[in-house]
Design a protein around this ligand. Structure first.
Ligand code: HEM
Length: 161
């Protein structure tokens, strides 16, 4: 009894396409799934990068007084101010806090004490808060709450000690 071995005849179209001829349905399917996988991976990578960016953007930042001084609204810089070591972004109100504004003295620094008397000299600000009366401290706390509770002025971080 003779057995015949059927040999599959390899035709050029059994091999991956090198161009010139159309893909078989199976090959079309596999390249479609490759595209889907690449799309999925790209979406995941983009979501991860976006998520990380958002995470960093909402993390409180820490500023040395020197770093904070950059954010005074001059030369197009944002405007930050600090009260009792907490930093707020007040860029939305350049008329008050920007160059030429009535309260520009608060920009780019922690001038907590100046909320009592608007004195921004080094002599005034270096006094700290230790000698203040209860009433004076309450005045300052009023301003601290004003910024803390204001929807206009987001909290963004702390002044490094
Ligand atoms: C120690 C005294 C004072 C301090 C610490 C102080 C502080 C401030 C601050 C920080 C703002 C901006 C508030 C915001 O971001 O919305 C402001 C606004 C204002 N202050 Fe004073 N202020 C003082 C005294 C005065 C006095 C005596 C007057 C009036 C004669 C005055 C009139 C105003 C006006 C009209 C605004 C609103 C400006 C605007 O939004 O266009 N302030 N003040």
């Amino acid at each position: 009894m003779s057995t015949t071995v059927k040999q599959r005849k390899e035709t050029p179209s059994s091999f991956p396409s090198t161009g010139g001829h159309s893909l078989k349905p199976q090959e079309k399917k596999s390249s479609l799934s490759q595209i889907l996988v690449i799309g999925l991976v790209a979406t995941l990578v983009l979501a991860a990068v976006g998520g990380l960016g958002y995470y960093w953007s909402i993390q409180p930042k820490y500023f040395t007084p020197q770093e904070l001084s950059y954010y005074n609204g001059e030369n197009g810089a944002p405007i930050y101010l600090a009260v009792k070591g907490r930093v707020y972004d007040v860029s939305i109100a350049p008329k008050n806090y920007g160059p030429g504004g009535g309260y520009h003295g608060f920009a780019g620094k922690d001038a907590t004490r100046a909320f009592l008397d608007l004195c921004f000299s080094e002599e005034c600000l270096s006094k700290g808060l230790d000698d203040l009366t209860k009433e004076q401290m309450a005045d300052i706390d009023h301003w601290a709450s004003f910024y803390e509770d204001s929807p206009k002025y987001p909290f963004i971080g702390y002044v490094k000690k």
